[in-house]
Ligand binder design. Structure first.
Ligand code: ADP
Ligand code: MG
Length: 253
């Protein structure tokens, strides 16, 4: 049965989408069957996984708002074993349109539950907010992976995220766990990075992954080619570290 992991942090630009796409592609490279679900209206995971939004006729919006069968929305990607549920800008309206609907928090869960047996992992790329889309993702998930950027105020805002996790545990999904905390965009040339690592490890202890993602130019170039790093430049440092992360995640079960 598939494990469902939300990639969440309400801060923008911390590496959620980069991690969703590349963790997904690296797990697929390791032979796991992976479904990557894009639930951010910006649709960056969709294009990052190589799906041309011009070719998308149905997206996550249709699943959440119109109860469309998820199987009609899943697309194969150019990476073996990697499938995706795309998002388009249409999703921007969903947060408001869902408010008056019945069972608005469990819509994604119902859809994902209907296919999770067909995959080893379902990875959900969350938007930079703690609204209904992220709540749907946390409600559908077994666990949440939190990317934290190695910068000043790295821990800022995390108490709100953890509070949301607790609320979801209490009211919607009592089995939700913290999968792990991933340090991203480390600049090895500065002392700041080392301080942030210590601070985050003090707070999250053994929940912090051994693998730390450095700043790597190839990782930032890959999305504009519509390729995960393992495809775009398999020999790069970026590919190496995301493969290390995928192994850690797979070892976790
Ligand atoms: P989020 O989804 O949290 O908003 P992204 O994954 O989109 O964050 O990352 C924000 C920006 O930083 C993107 O332009 C991305 O290409 C870039 N980026 C992410 N991780 C790295 C990295 N390790 N090294 C260099 N650039 C990165
Ligand atoms: Mg993103």
């Amino acid at each position: 049965m598939g494990k469902i992991i939300s990639i969440a942090n309400q801060k923008g630009g911390v590496g959620k989408t980069t991690t969703s796409v590349n963790l997904g592609a690296c797990l697929a490279y390791l032979g796991k069957k992976v479904l990557l679900i894009d639930i951010d209206p910006q649709g960056n995971a969709t294009s990052g996984a190589g799906i041309d939004k011009g070719d998308v006729h149905h997206c996550i919006y249709d699943i959440l708002v119109d109860d469309m069968d998820i199987k009609k929305v899943i697309k194969k990607t150019a990476v073996d074993n990697l499938y995706a549920v795309p998002a388009t800008i249409q999703l921007a309206g969903a947060e408001i349109e869902l408010v008056p609907t019945i069972s608005r928090e469990v819509r994604l869960k119902r859809a994902v539950d209907s296919v999770k047996d067909e995959y080893d992992y379902v990875i959900i790329d969350c938007p930079p907010s703690l609204g209904l889309l992220t709540i749907n993702s946390l409600t559908a998930s077994d666990s949440v992976l939190i990317p934290v950027q190695c910068e000043y105020y790295a821990l800022e805002g995390l108490s709100q995220l953890l509070n949301t996790v607790r609320l979801v545990q209490k009211h919607l999904n009592q089995d939700l766990m913290i999968e792990g905390v991933l340090l991203t965009m480390l600049d090895a040339r500065t002392n700041l990075g080392i301080q942030v690592i210590q601070e985050v490890k003090k707070y999250f202890q053994n929940k912090v992954y051994q693998t730390i993602i450095p700043r790597n130019i190839r990782l930032s170039e890959a999305p504009s080619h519509g390729q995960p790093i393992i495809q775009y430049d398999p020999k790069s440092r970026g590919a190496e570290v995301y493969l290390d992360l995928a192994k850690e995640v797979a070892d976790n079960g």
